[in-house]
Design a binder for this molecule. Structure first.
Ligand code: SF4
Length: 410
């Protein structure tokens, strides 16, 4: 969201620097939730305020999770009143949530203006040697155009890009879910890691994702370490190069196949950017092409599909493919969804696959399946909620039609 776009939706009275009274009914409030620091500084300057106000307001929003300007006590009453008139802090609406016994949390958010758009966000807790982690998997689009054959989201088609407020709103809500009853001043952020790996291809919603990640890294907002923010892509090669220039975050590749023939089938964007181009872009990203980079490796995501990509020769092909790319490999047991054309590889197959890669010196982990008691594959929960909503709407329509018939007949 550019600040120009934001400002243009508000009419400011040049004398009072407040929205003009004649325009107030028509004023669409500016949502500050998704503004990066640079955007918010510009916004305040254009209001005639000092730009350091941006940092103050960002802290209230992203560190104390405040939505009421009256609670921003280090800001003058006059400015708070002005902000109240023209701004809002508005997160996407939670329409469904599931908290698993194992600590996994999933939400379905309604985004947009009642167009029925839903997105899904998942939080997975884990313990490791650095302590406890809470990793949030964030969506970047409603649906997805890339149609990977094993993906529930891909089956829903593409609806639209999420805005910055809708992307960062997922992180904001997930943090808030741990402290709704905690007094403002005692609030602390709980989410430790973010992966842009939910619904959608983040590099196809580039500007909004980039700006949202800058908010995640910003010390005036979430202050996350750049190694704890990961962007996962199916392989939009030109955007990987752009990302390397624009921000320093970790990169993950949804690889899923070790040769072009199979990858064309599983991840169709491979037809446009085949493996040779993708691996070269990853090498550039971590500076393996001779250029300077502080990034040390990429993460390779590989979903294990029974009898499709889990043969011993696939593991051998993967070794060859990755031999010049410092990488950590994450094997993901497939999570079947209704009408999925694949099944999950057996435990033995997955362990044998892992052993081949580990014996060759790769760090190779098997993702634990989590939250099985609350739901299955990414994108599936949205499908279920959408189905229920559709059924409820159809039911309401039927009742309305029946009442109409009764009225007419009466
Ligand atoms: S795996 Fe990712 S890129 Fe492929 S269809 Fe699903 S959401 Fe889109």
């Amino acid at each position: 969201m550019s600040s120009e776009a934001v400002i243009s939706s508000v009419t400011i009275d040049e004398n009072t620097k407040a929205p003009s009274s004649t325009s107030q009914d028509a004023v669409q409030k500016v949502n500050l939730l998704g503004m990066s620091r640079a955007e918010m500084e510009k916004f305040f300057e254009e209001m005639g305020e000092k730009k350091f106000r941006a940092g103050q307001v960002m802290k209230w929003i992203h560190q104390f999770f405040v939505t009421d300007f009256a609670e921003m006590t280090n800001i003058s009453g006059k400015l708070r009143a002005k902000l109240e008139q023209i701004c809002e802090i508005k997160a996407p609406e939670v329409v469904h949530r599931n908290y698993s016994k194992d600590g996994t949390r999933k939400w379905v958010f309604r985004v947009g203006d009642g167009d029925g758009s839903l997105v899904e966000t998942v939080l997975i807790p884990a313990e490791d040697k650095t302590g406890s982690r809470k990793t949030l998997c964030i969506s970047s689009q409603v649906g997805c155009a890339l149609d990977c054959s094993f993906c529930s989201t891909g089956k829903q088609g593409f609806q639209r890009d999420l805005t910055q407020a809708e992307i960062i709103g997922q992180l904001w809500m997930a943090n808030l879910s741990y402290m709704e009853d905690v007094p403002v001043i005692e609030r602390e952020r709980s989410v430790t890691n973010v992966v842009m790996m939910g619904m959608g291809e983040p590099l196809l919603n580039y500007d909004a994702v980039l700006s949202s990640m800058s908010i995640m890294l910003d010390d005036f907002a979430y202050g996350m370490s750049k190694r704890r923010v990961t962007l996962s892509t199916s392989g939009v090669v030109p955007k990987i190069d752009q990302l390397a220039q624009d921000i320093d975050v970790a990169l993950a590749i949804s690889l899923h196949a070790p040769n072009n023939e199979l990858r064309n089938e599983l991840v169709p964007i491979n037809k446009k950017y085949p493996l040779e181009q993708l691996i070269a872009a990853c090498q550039r990203y971590i500076g393996k092409d001779g250029n300077e980079s502080s990034r040390k490796h990429v993460t390779i995501e590989y979903v294990m599909l029974d009898g499709v990509n889990d043969h011993p020769e696939h593991a051998q092909q993967l070794l060859k493919l990755l031999k010049n790319l410092p990488s950590k490999i994450n094997l993901i047991p497939f999570n079947p969804f209704p009408h999925a054309p694949y099944g999950r590889s057996s435990r033995n197959r997955i362990i044998a696959f892992q052993k081949t890669l580990s014996d060759a010196g790769f760090v190779c982990t098997i993702r634990q399946t989590r939250g099985d008691d609350i739901d299955a594959a990414c994108g599936q929960l949205v499908g279920q909620v959408a189905d229920r909503t559709r059924r409820a709407e159809q039911w309401k329509k039927k009742i309305a039609e029946k009442s109409e018939i009764i009225r007419t007949e009466g």
